[in-house]
Design a protein around this ligand. Structure first.
Ligand code: BTN
Length: 327
């Protein structure tokens, strides 16, 4: 760890309290001026650090810059084993995580960013990813067949919905497969990408990419009617984005552990607002009217077409025919 990161770790561990510069210098075996220089660098990077006369340096409670040091204190259980790689700006956490997975990064590696310049969505779309969001990708190496990979996506949707709900106290609903809605607006998208092991038909690795609009206010015109944020204004005096990231990871660790038990599917169904609705199914660039009649135990969306034929959808895109969205 670089000296700057070591200092940040100490400040994080004492967030809200002052840490004596001389004591820090002694503990890290460096001079006080090296401490001072690195503190200034951190301040220049935007960290809210106060120099309190005669007492030392204090990282303010409200400092909400994502770092592995800011997230780690909130991790619990199996999530403490995750390997965090936290960066400020990346092209796409999914693109990078795929490269890392192809280069043998272990299961549980998580790439987290505050901003993406080339965030990717489903169906080849882009995902608007300004610095007011949370973007993360988790590398998994599950023992699942490609058919069962829908379980990863849908259980992640439940894990993230629960995390957002805990942090905001607002209900979160799911639009199959994995769009999360709050007060009728999409606040989170999930993109799961997988690499197939041709020899055994299983998954070589899977990447679960999660993008949450934390407090984005100005969305581009093409999505401004659909997209929303989980907060109008972020709560102050706590590192809320770090707490959210940790909560998401805690829930993901928990749910990935029991994917095949499918217990989460009941919760998925309860949160799903498509069931019983008239929808459009978008397939091969064509649009088919249908009714969403259920979700089966493989997380497939069951639809019925006007001629009474039924289908279980494993992927693709659906949209509601009315304007109804849960408020
Ligand atoms: C969608 O709504 O179509 C899915 C959006 C998924 C966005 C996340 S943000 C983190 C990860 N990196 C990406 O480039 N995409 C996913």
């Amino acid at each position: 760890m670089e000296l700057k990161e070591q200092i940040l770790k100490i400040l994080e561990e004492n967030r809200g309290n002052s840490v004596n510069g001389a004591l820090m210098a002694k503990e890290l075996h460096v001079t006080r001026s090296a401490i001072w220089k690195n503190i200034n660098q951190l301040k220049n990077e935007g960290y809210q650090i106060e120099a309190v006369p005669n007492r030392g340096y204090c990282l303010k409670e409200s400092n909400d810059i994502l770092t592995s040091q800011s997230i780690s204190p909130y991790l619990k259980g199996k999530a403490t084993n995750f390997i965090l790689d936290v960066r400020k700006t990346v092209s796409s956490t999914n693109t990078l995580a795929k490269e890392m997975a192809a280069n043998k990064a272990p299961e549980g590696t998580v790439l987290i960013a505050s901003e993406q310049t080339n965030g990717r969505g489903r169906m080849g779309r882009s995902f608007y990813s300004p610095a007011t969001g949370l973007y993360l990708s988790l590398i998994l190496r599950p023992k699942l067949s490609i058919e069962d990979s829908l379980l990863i996506t849908t259980s992640s949707a439940v894990a993230v919905a629960k995390a957002i709900e805990k942090i905001t106290n607002e209900d979160v609903h799911i639009k199959w497969v994995n769009d999360l809605f709050m007060q009728g607006k999409k606040v989170c998208g999930i993109l799961t990408e997988a690499s197939l092991n041709i020899e055994n038909g299983g998954l070589e690795y899977a990447i679960v990419g999660i993008g949450i609009n934390v407090n984005t206010k100005d969305f581009p015109s093409d999505i401004k009617d659909i997209a929303g944020s989980i907060f109008l204004d972020k709560p102050k005096n706590q590192p809320i984005t770090s707490i959210l990231a940790a909560e998401v990871l805690n829930n993901l660790a928990d749910s990935m552990d029991k994917l095949t038990s499918k217990d989460y599917l009941e919760e998925y169904k309860k949160r799903s607002f498509l069931i019983g609705k008239d929808i459009y199914v978008l397939k091969e660039k064509k649009v088919f009217p249908a009714k969403a009649i259920g979700i089966d135990n493989r997380a497939r969306l069951l639809v019925e077409y006007p001629d009474s034929t039924k289908e279980a959808l494993t992927s693709g895109e659906v949209s509601i025919r009315t304007d109804y969205l849960p408020k």
